[in-house]
Design a protein around this ligand. Sequence first.
Ligand SMILES: [Zn+2]
Length: 368
Amino acid sequence: MDSDSSLLEDSSTPSPSPSPSPSSSSGFDRDRHVRFLEMMYQLLPFQYQTQEINHLTLAYFVISGLELLGAMDRVDKDKIANWVLSFQALPTIKAENPTGEFYGFCGSRSSQFPPGENGDLIHNGSHLASTYCALAILKVIGYDFSNIDSESIAISMRNLQQSDGSFVPIHIGAEADLRFIYCAAAICYMLENWSGMDKQKTKTYILNCQSYDGGFGLTPGSESHGGGTYCAIASLRLMGFIEDDLLSRDNPSSIINVPLLLEWCLQKQAADGGFQGRPNKPADTCYAFWIGSTLRILGGLDFIDKKALKAFLLTCQSKYGGFSKFPMDFPDLYHSYYGFTAFSLLEEPDINSLFVELGITDVSAWRI
Ligand SMILES: [Zn+2]
């Protein structure tokens, strides 16, 4: 892993083309999933070459996936820590950050040296999503966070927050929406340092994203979306603006419209048992996590048809391990990870419990 080997290297030979048929097993096939992730840890198939820029994100799916499945004995934690830390951008001058840069983690080797407008190499491609994934991996492997320069990350993160409260993910600018607010909130939470965020401004932006139908769009005024809704609710929870299990409280005083949100979430369970991200879209494995986690935070997970959801997810379980986006399709790392987390929400006995707000196991989230 020191030289980007194993998990992080792309193979030059095509992997065999398996049949996309679902697992012959009638239940969650933990052992096959462990083998699937172990294979990805050893060598990523060439199909992931185009996602090189998201290398840390792919690593998060593999390593946190193995932790969910209780198989961390398959990885070398010290090597992982060194590899993840090698992506961190550190300021040359400490404390205040006049350069306007963000000192977090780059997503991959190539993004450590992105070209600028005039072709010069900018030696800092730190990205909020990569930083979230890096810290999540470090949490999962039990890395001592006192060794991380959290002050530099937090202070420089201020450079990414916009006047409307949203965040751009990278200091050279990009689209700003709820995804990066979520990453920023998760980073602050894991670092136990909120100095990089104006929480009130952030809250205002999030609340402006709740649509007339109760769900949240990625930006104010945009269509409600399962991913955006998770980002909004998980962020508000991490920031301490909403309470856990709102629905079970006698007098829930909430800054969001909870009944409308609950109704929107429940309506996303499709006739085939799976969850759709938006109305009139086919059910997709990952929304079992995005919307299921939102319901868990609200305390409304028991209102869904769990049996039907499990049946849907099993049609997306590959006989080679992993999950696909749609039934009878090929598995990919993204949908595999959210398939595992969905089964954790369904309290599958072979999976560790999930800290849904951070997307890692409870044990990892609370580890000192
Ligand atoms: Zn999906």
